[in-house]
Design a protein around this ligand. Structure first.
Ligand code: ZN
Length: 243
């Protein structure tokens, strides 16, 4: 079984199109989206449509909930908040309903899929440190948890005693029996690890590998659309730096 995984598309159609094109060539059995389809970018509806049509498994992210008024946005920074309010205006009934119906978590055999954290996902906490990762890995029943949310790809690996980590921007990890994996697949539409290329992941249970790959996309067009939409300039600028 081979899975492709994407996350944090954030309304960036240019990035999503390129990533889906690459994934198509890989011909995975299933495509999983780990949330934040919208927010920040200029094409929320088209991105929802592409994810809706192409992916088998989709969970909700905090920006998806924010766009339908389901989560508190007072802790969002001013640019994120402006983008949420703009996105809310753009979504019609159909797309709103689609976001409303997304589950917070999904699992399939040994695999667990969630936007933020496997415990209390609705609190939208981030997993950055080894200590945080160790906590969630110790609670994990299956061998694998896939997340998004921080927009920084990384794999945390636990042998039951110690946790190590494999940092991005891209990596390929061999799956060993008896180890547990907590993997952040990075962001399609707004990378924040200093690499402006879009990220996606491949999980190959036959070959026994987890991979995060990066692909360049047309950043300039995505930026132009953000500015044309009247969204905050900084949201266009940051795409160039991957921050
Ligand atoms: Zn996000």
């Amino acid at each position: 079984m081979r899975y492709a995984l994407i996350s944090d598309v954030h309304g960036n159609l240019e990035a999503l199109q390129v990533v889906l094109h690459h994934i198509e060539k890989e011909d995975p059995d299933k495509l999983v989206c780990l949330g934040d389809l919208v927010g920040y970018g200029a094409d929320p509806q088209k991105c929802i449509d592409m994810v809706r049509e192409r992916t088998e498994l989709v969970v909700a992210g905090n920006h998806d909930w924010a766009a339908i008024g389901r989560t508190d946005i007072s802790y969002f920074n001013p640019y994120a908040r402006a983008a949420v309010l703009w996105t809310r205006e753009k979504l019609g009934e159909f797309h709103r309903k689609y976001l409303e119906e997304l589950p917070l978590v999904l699992s399939e055999g040994e695999l667990y899929f969630v936007h933020s954290t496997p415990e209390r996902p609705e609190e939208w906490n981030y997993i950055f440190s080894l200590t945080q990762a160790a906590y969630y890995l110790s609670k994990l029943r299956g061998g694998f948890c896939f997340v998004g949310h921080s927009h920084v790809p990384v794999a945390f690996v636990s042998d039951g005693d110690e946790v190590s980590w494999v940092p991005g921007p891209s990596f390929k990890v061999r799956i060993e029996p008896d180890l547990k994996y907590l993997v952040n697949v990075g962001s399609v539409g707004q990378p924040r690890d200093g690499d402006n290329r879009a990220a996606y992941a491949l999980l190959d249970l036959r070959e026994g590998t987890i991979e995060v790959r990066r692909v360049p996309y047309d950043v300039a067009t995505a930026q132009r659309k953000i500015l044309k939409a009247g969204l905050p300039e900084v949201l266009a600028e940051r795409l160039a730096y991957g921050r």
